[in-house]
Design a protein around this ligand. Structure first.
Ligand SMILES: Nc1nc2c(c(=O)[nH]1)N[C@H]1C(S)=C(S)[C@@H](COP(=O)(O)O)O[C@H]1N2
Ligand SMILES: [Mo]
Length: 430
């Protein structure tokens, strides 16, 4: 199997993870909502020893459309339980940014309705993460207006689910994976405006002992396999938190819509979507390493081909491409076409895309329609005049400035994260 392109950013996080786990064993780290057994397994994985079988999450299923507030017309969205993915054909002719009404939604439970006036963000220090020393940690609160008064930044970035493209493990590779069977539509790009998390952390009195921050959502507790895992939360190393993370209150020039985290969400550019906590209500700033189910049981790679007991927690997104085209689209024979698509990577700008219209027999370089930029996709096009009737497969293979190229086969993992293989998009010439 080809090496997973997703591993390129991993060495630091692996070492950090091992360090965190050792600290937990020594009683120096906190792991609320994660079983001792689970941590011992991860710990064993960081050294030697065997793995425990993983139980697949069973997300709460929506009886009807009420877990998502915005309209989800079937011509622009595919519904998956509490979630909805964008149809790629709906992006054709649309500019660089995904309009808010087309942006995919991934909800562990349901969109809560939170008024900006009622909202508070509480920063609190676990054992000395904020100044004042252990035992003296005082929570610091910010209201919506406080946040709006701080200097803002605006940045274009994708939010992409770690499971985007997951169905490819099954349809292209014949493999079994657990989780929402996304096509390629669990990604969107927006212009986010908000306050750098670093600004808020420093104002709250960040201590030199802080190592992790853990934002937590105000949505309902997530129940998996009959057990509540608590509210959605995932620790971030302080280095990332201070680097480019934003507390976003605007999306494409509008107040954050309810489904995308109103009034404020975390935006963690280039990382898996789970890091970008919506409806953020509090952030723990910890002098101890933190664990939650979202960086232990979920969002690691498990299975053969990965360290026994799982990889380090997922960080950067992998590399993907998609045509702005319906599955099974039809084209008239002998007529010139312009095929368009987008490619993106969490490791750097995508600066080259190769396309095949004959199932991978021959390849041509696509024309890039914009300057490649980090944390977002690059739009591209190729011309095509289909000459024979019947079905064929369109393929697009992206390469990023970090030197990663999409492989033919993605390395399997039991939860189907980080699918990066070239997708074979079937179409019919009539
Ligand atoms: N509070 C909270 N934050 C959350 C989630 C959630 O269910 N609750 N889902 C996460 C996941 S898995 C993803 S992929 C992104 C999706 O963001 P979107 O719904 O705005 O597209 O939000 C993340 N933040
Ligand atoms: Mo996700």
């Amino acid at each position: 199997m080809p090496p997973s392109a997703a591993t390129s950013s991993r060495p630091d996080e692996t070492a950090y993870d091992r360090h965190r786990l050792r600290q937990w064993l020594a009683g120096e780290a906190r792991a609320d909502g994660v079983s001792r057994r689970r941590l011992l397994t991860l710990l064993a994985a960081a050294g030697t020893a065997g793995a425990l079988p993983l139980s697949a999450p069973v997300p709460a299923r929506a009886a009807d459309g009420d877990t998502i507030v915005k309209p989800l017309p079937p011509e622009t969205f595919v519904r998956h339980g509490t979630n909805a993915e964008t149809r790629w054909e709906a992006l054709r002719g649309i500019g660089h940014h995904t309009p808010n009404d087309l942006f995919f939604v991934r909800n562990h439970t349901a969109t809560p309705r939170i008024g900006a006036d009622d909202w508070r963000l509480k920063l609190w220090g676990g054992g000395g993460g904020l100044r004042g020393g252990p035992g003296e940690d005082r929570p610091v609160e910010f209201g919506y207006d406080d946040l709006r008064r701080l200097p803002s930044v605006t940045r274009t970035a994708f939010v992409e689910c770690a499971g985007n493209g997951r169905s490819g493990f099954t349809t292209q590779q014949g493999e079994t994976v657990s989780g929402t069977p996304w096509g390629l539509g669990a990604i969107g790009v927006a212009r986010w405006r908000g306050v750098p998390l670093s600004t808020v952390l420093r104002r709250a009195g960040l201590s030199p002992y802080a190592v992790d921050v853990q934002p937590r959502g105000l949505d309902a507790e997530y129940v998996s396999g009959g057990e509540s895992l608590g509210r959605v939360r995932r620790p971030l190393p302080l280095s990332k938190a201070l680097h480019d993370v934003v507390l976003a209150y605007e999306m494409n020039g509008e107040p954050l819509p309810p489904d995308h985290g109103h009034p404020v969400r975390v935006l963690v550019p280039s990382w898996v979507g789970i890091a970008s906590i919506k409806w953020v209500g509090d952030i723990e700033v910890s002098a101890q390493p933190l664990f939650s189910p979202w960086n232990t049981t979920f969002y690691r790679l498990f299975g053969p081909g990965h360290p026994e007991g799982g990889s380090a927690p997922l960080t950067r997104q992998t590399l993907k491409s998609a045509f702005e085209l319906a599955r099974g689209a039809t084209f008239p024979v002998g007529r010139g076409q312009v095929l368009t698509g987008r490619s993106w990577s969490g490791a750097g700008p995508v600066d080259r895309v190769d396309v095949s219209t004959d199932g991978g027999a021959s390849w041509r370089q696509a024309r890039l329609l914009e300057r490649p930029r980090p944390d977002t996709w690059t739009r591209w096009s190729v011309t095509w005049k289909p000459r024979t009737r019947g079905t064929t497969r369109l393929l697009a293979r992206a390469t990023d400035t970090a030197g990663r190229t999409q492989p033919d086969v993605s390395v399997h993992n039991t939860q189907g994260y980080l699918f990066d293989a070239v997708v074979r998009h079937e179409v019919t010439v009539v």
